[in-house]
Ligand binder design. Structure first.
Ligand code: IMP
Ligand code: MG
Length: 177
């Protein structure tokens, strides 16, 4: 285990097994539809790669660079779009992937944007969702795991840019924050 990790919340084997189930649901729902995956950088990178290799459907894969967290452990609530051009989703069914659903503001802002770009439907899929009251995006269409209201890292999730490459989701030691 990494020296800065206090405890592993969800281990690698459990994540991978859960992805089999999520991928099965995605295949069922998207089969026969013009599908575009939009994954949010950078947090959704590991999740996206592992999930999509299990989804044997024709699809276009796009990444969107958005920032909503500005370094600390609290969501700022302000979502900025960092790309110069947005993916072409006109007339497509979009599967929007992110690492975690926290306040819901990120997914809310991106869903709105994709709908403005002409997507006919946007379904949301997150590896993790925090078990808290949300005003926007109360839940995702597909959720890997519900977790408590604590700050986690690993499997794509970072603290100040670090820990994304850990194959598990864990909680940082106080000494690392
Ligand atoms: P939301 O807009 O509050 O739902 O926040 C979503 C974004 O905040 C995610 O894409 C993550 O980048 C970041 N985030 C929220 N909670 C955590 C966490 O526990 N660890 C790391 N990043 C987090
Ligand atoms: Mg982040």
């Amino acid at each position: 285990m990494h020296q800065d990790i206090e405890k592993v919340l969800i281990d690698e084997g459990i994540i991978q097994k859960r992805l089999d189930v999520l991928a099965g649901k995605v295949v069922e729902d998207f089969e026969g539809k013009p599908m575009v995956v939009v994954a949010l950088l950078k947090g959704a990178v590991l999740f996206t790669a592992d999930l999509l290799r299990r989804v044997a459907l024709p699809m276009q894969i796009e990444f969107l660079n958005v920032a909503s967290y500005h370094g600390g452990t609290e969501s700022s609530g302000v979502v900025s779009f960092l790309d110069e051009t947005l993916p072409d989703v006109e007339g497509k069914v979009v599967l929007l992937l992110d690492d975690i659903l926290d306040t819901g503001r990120t997914l809310e802002a991106v869903m709105k944007k994709l709908e403005q770009q002409g997507a006919c439907e946007v379904k949301t899929c997150v590896l993790l969702a925090k078990d808290i009251e949300r005003e926007v995006v109360k839940e995702a269409d597909y959720t890997g795991f519900m977790i408590g209201d604590e700050f986690v890292v690993g499997y794509g999730l970072d603290y100040q840019g670090l820990y994304r490459n850990l194959p598990y989701v864990g909680v940082l030691k106080d000494s690392a924050v």
